[in-house]
Design a protein around this ligand. Structure first.
Ligand code: BES
Ligand code: MN
Ligand code: ZN
Length: 491
């Protein structure tokens, strides 16, 4: 969808969105429209329960005295902050995308001190809501086809809004890339093809290195390789580098779990819902989309993104429960359940990351445990960290972007739960605290590096639409970590 900015003016065609504050207080543009439309706005409000509360909207089709398709009155409530501005843009697009209108104009002329910034946020929400993954729908019902092609955001000081939008549009590109990668099925996205997608970032100036099985064998990555050995698709690890700051500056590091399909392996998963495990590469998808965002907006930071890519399949060559593997760190792991594979992949990638880059910190993302969905549902990602400052910064970035995280505990007592007689550790704990024992496992591979782990199993995919994320792949984490980097590491 095309986004543009212009000075405030009522359009004479298409759809228009005007703002109304709580208590039915019309914005200047809403008043203007009311005048042109012979009082249709005031009458429509009177005839409805629309109060101008945030999230509320009222549609007037073909308002009298105008050639408009429709006008939408959008409530801004009392405090029209960043997230409300984005939600307003998103809700408007949600209403208009298959409405029949091809062009929409949103007039941002009230509710915020910095209207240009508000307009850019409205644009971001609009763009994020316009995402669709419909590559494989060949017989779409005509009534479902999107009609909306462009959104113009009108604001006094359009040039300033356009400048603010520049980097935000690049972040939206990163989110879309993640959503695409996560939505693609397992027969299209497998380790080699996902590595090829990551490679496309070289166009943006990202350095991309792909490690094949031989190279990983040389490094001693027995934990990662064990997971992939039952698949017809060979495993890969991808290292991406964006150098946006001075050479001497230590890198910030992001690591993602990229299980392109998780059947569970020999500890095979039950059939119902298994198709969802195509998005078990969500952590990797986010790291790749994040690198795209950072490079796209030329972030002044040195960032590395590492993803471990495997397919977890049952086969004659597959890893067995009871097998003992040796990780790159030298630590040995007894496999008690081949479905607890994400931590095995991350073990080697985390170790490699801290060993090679000595980064300021590592944040990893993984659709790691079903247990985190039991704990936090679909509202927060689980956050685990060995560093309070890092945890605080991530929490703040979560609140600022609406991609919220909730801190969970780490503790010596939980670490004991992954002890075993035959090796240094086993890959599952007991029945309780499944997300925590998984995080304790990861912690054994970060050495002393400040580290945070985001368990995104509950938030990488959504069964229902949100204002700025249609249902399906959400791209969770791209905006969170982009903001986290911008607010803390680019000054
Ligand atoms: N990829 C799954 C976790 C998952 C479950 C993600 C549901 C999204 C939705 C992970 O590899 C897994 O299978 N974890 C097991 C761990 C168990 C065997 C200790 C789980 O959560 O059941
Ligand atoms: Mn699994
Ligand atoms: Zn998995």
């Amino acid at each position: 969808m095309k986004i543009s900015f212009a000075e405030p003016a009522l359009p004479d065609k298409g759809a228009v969105v005007v703002l109304v504050a709580e208590g039915r207080k019309l914005s200047p543009a809403a008043k203007d429209l009311d005048g042109k439309a012979k009082g249709a706005v005031t009458r429509a409000i009177k005839a409805s329960r629309f109060e101008g509360e945030k999230g509320q909207s009222l549609e007037i089709v073909a308002p009298a005295g105008t050639a408009l398709d429709r006008a939408i009155l959008a409530g801004i409530g009392k405090d029209f902050g960043e997230l409300e501005q984005q939600a307003l843009g998103g809700n408007a697009v949600g209403k208009l995308i298959s409405s029949g209108s091809a062009a929409a104009t949103v007039i941002v002329d009230t509710g915020a001190r910095d209207l240009a910034a508000a307009a850019a946020n409205v644009a971001l929400g609009a763009q994020l809501a316009s995402y669709r993954f419909d590559r494989y729908r060949t017989k779409e019902e005509k009534k479902d086809k999107p009609t909306l092609k462009s959104v113009t955001v009108c604001v006094a000081g359009a040039a300033k809004a356009r400048r603010a939008w520049g980097p935000m549009g690049k972040v939206a590109d990163g989110v879309f890339f993640t959503r695409d990668l996560v939505s693609e099925p397992g027969n299209v996205i497998y380790p080699e093809s996902l590595a090829a997608e990551a490679r496309t970032l070289t166009k943006l100036g990202v350095g991309v290195e792909v490690f094949d099985v031989k190279k990983m064998e040389k490094l001693g990555m027995g934990a990662l390789l064990g997971v992939g050995q039952g698949s017809a698709h060979d495993s890969r690890m991808v290292v991406m580098r964006w150098d946006g700051a001075a050479k001497a500056k230590k890198a910030v590091a992001f690591v993602g779990k990229g299980v392109t399909f998780d059947s569970g392996g020999i500890s095979i998963k039950p059939g119902p819902g298994m198709e969802e495990m195509k998005w078990d590469m969500g952590g990797a998808g986010t790291v790749i989309g994040l690198m795209k965002a950072l490079a796209g907006r030329k972030a002044r930071v040195n960032a590395v993104g590492l993803v471990g890519l495997v397919e977890n399949m049952p086969d004659g060559k597959a890893q067995r429960p009871g097998d003992i593997v040796k990780s790159m760190s030298g630590q040995t792991i007894e496999i008690h359940n081949t479905d607890a594979e994400g931590r095995l992949v991350l073990a080697d990638v985390l170790w490699y990351c801290q060993d090679r880059f000595k980064p300021q910190f590592i944040v990893d993302l993984a659709t790691l445990t079903g247990a985190i969905v039991v704990s936090l549902g679909n509202e927060h990602a689980g956050l685990f960290s060995n560093d309070d400052k890092l945890a605080e910064k991530l929490t703040a970035a979560g609140l600022a972007t609406g991609e919220k995280v909730w801190r969970m505990p780490l503790d010596e007592a939980y670490d004991k739960l992954i002890k075993t007689d035959a090796a240094d550790m086993k890959n599952i704990g007991g029945r309780g605290a499944g997300s925590i024992t998984a995080a304790q496992f990861l912690q054994r591979f970060v050495n002393k590096t400040p580290w945070a782990h985001l368990d995104i199993a509950g938030v990488a995919w959504s069964k229902d639409a949100k204002p700025t994320a249609p249902k399906g792949a959400t791209g969770f984490g791209v905006r969170l970590l982009d903001r986290f980097a911008a607010d803390n590491y680019e000054k």
